[in-house]
Design a protein around this ligand. Sequence first.
Ligand SMILES: Cc1cc2nc3c(=O)[nH]c(=O)nc-3n(C[C@H](O)[C@H](O)[C@H](O)COP(=O)(O)OP(=O)(O)OC[C@H]3O[C@@H](n4cnc5c(N)ncnc54)[C@H](O)[C@@H]3O)c2cc1C
Length: 411
Amino acid sequence: MKHPISYLYNTVFIPKKSLQICIVGGGFGGLFTALYLSNYTRLIKSLRLRIILIDQKEYFLFTPLLYELLTQEVESCEITPTFENLFANTAVEFCHDTVEVVDLDQRQIKLRSHKQITYDHLVLAVGQQTRLDAIFGVTDYAYAFRSLADAERLMQKLESLETDSEKYIQVAVVGAGGNGVELACKLANRLQNRGQVYLIDRRQKILRDFSFACQKAAHRALIACGVKLDLGTQIKNITANQITLSKNQQTYTLAVDLIIWTIGTQNWEWLDNLNCQQNPQKKLLVRPTLQLLDYPEVFAVGDIAAILHPDKQKVPATAQAALQQARTAASNLRASLTGKPLKVFCYHHLGEMMTLGINAGIVFCCGICLEGAIAYTIRRWACVLRLPTFSHRLRVCRHLFNSALRKLWVI
Ligand SMILES: Cc1cc2nc3c(=O)[nH]c(=O)nc-3n(C[C@H](O)[C@H](O)[C@H](O)COP(=O)(O)OP(=O)(O)OC[C@H]3O[C@@H](n4cnc5c(N)ncnc54)[C@H](O)[C@@H]3O)c2cc1C
């Protein structure tokens, strides 16, 4: 029999108590799932939904513009809007805490503050961390570049090296993926003739997951910035001021002042105890609808999810993919709450954009490749448009406009 109240509310059943959706992690996957969900105002009211987002940080980090901090092309407030501001005037509640345990069977989350939260639906979106234990010395001496804290630590180190005006600063960036290439160009631009940046990778090719056009353009940009490429080179070990390398069966050392490690990711330790199926890389296995295999009320999105797609579609660990998953997760949560069929997630590759130094970049989309200042400007504005909320976008636009005016004033 239909619930009597459902007739009053156009077939939506009103539960006695409110339903709780918890989202763990406020990065690209988690934050955008929350924002998409908050648009379903009728559903939130009729089902008395509580949407709670838990994050260990108080702000969202827009990682694609993290490199620009090193060259002062952006200020940290532009890329780290607080959750408090982002969720103002929305139905999303923010809980500033660190999740330590999730009991999938009891539907319970245990927080570092010893609080416990129960949920009806859960979205796991905690991303991954840089793996620093692959080679001897990395944990002790290398710098990671993934969080705002990493960027600030790196800037402090650079500033302390730069105080000695006589010093020639040698920097090794390990890993020639997107992260390593963008970082190497920015660092080379920052140091100019005050130092040398080396980009080291065991493969012969840079940017192996990118298009050929991007690889070629990035190669040209690295050379133009003065970065020395050390490809096909194995790293043996790392000490405070030295990196031991091996190439063509010859071992040699490189004296360096700073080593930045950009390769390898791993899960947060607490996810190892999660009672669900994981792939060999420890990513959480999800159905094409983004639900955990044995827990349909739990969704996983972003870098931690491995989708068991029937056509084996490869989904990259990028912000672009996490954003698309967030849209599907929100829509599927609504579908499961209203008894409608769930959608299958399908990744659409929209193109590639990179920053390759100050005022230089590459945009590759629909077979068209743009380079240099024009690509840099397009990327910058694409990033502004992709910032999470309209009010934050407006704030950043105002900031960009004011700094452009200040520059004109100086000229
Ligand atoms: C420097 C850099 C540049 C990048 N540039 C690009 C780019 O140009 N384009 C692109 O597509 N991708 C880019 N990426 C990749 C992109 O940032 C990631 O793929 C994307 O952020 C993944 O989203 P996510 O939601 O899975 O995780 P994240 O965005 O990493 O978010 C995870 C969130 O979970 C929180 N969290 C973790 N553990 C806990 C816990 N125990 N309790 C509470 N909260 C927790 C974290 O604080 C964080 O806010 C870049 C990455 C980096 C590091």
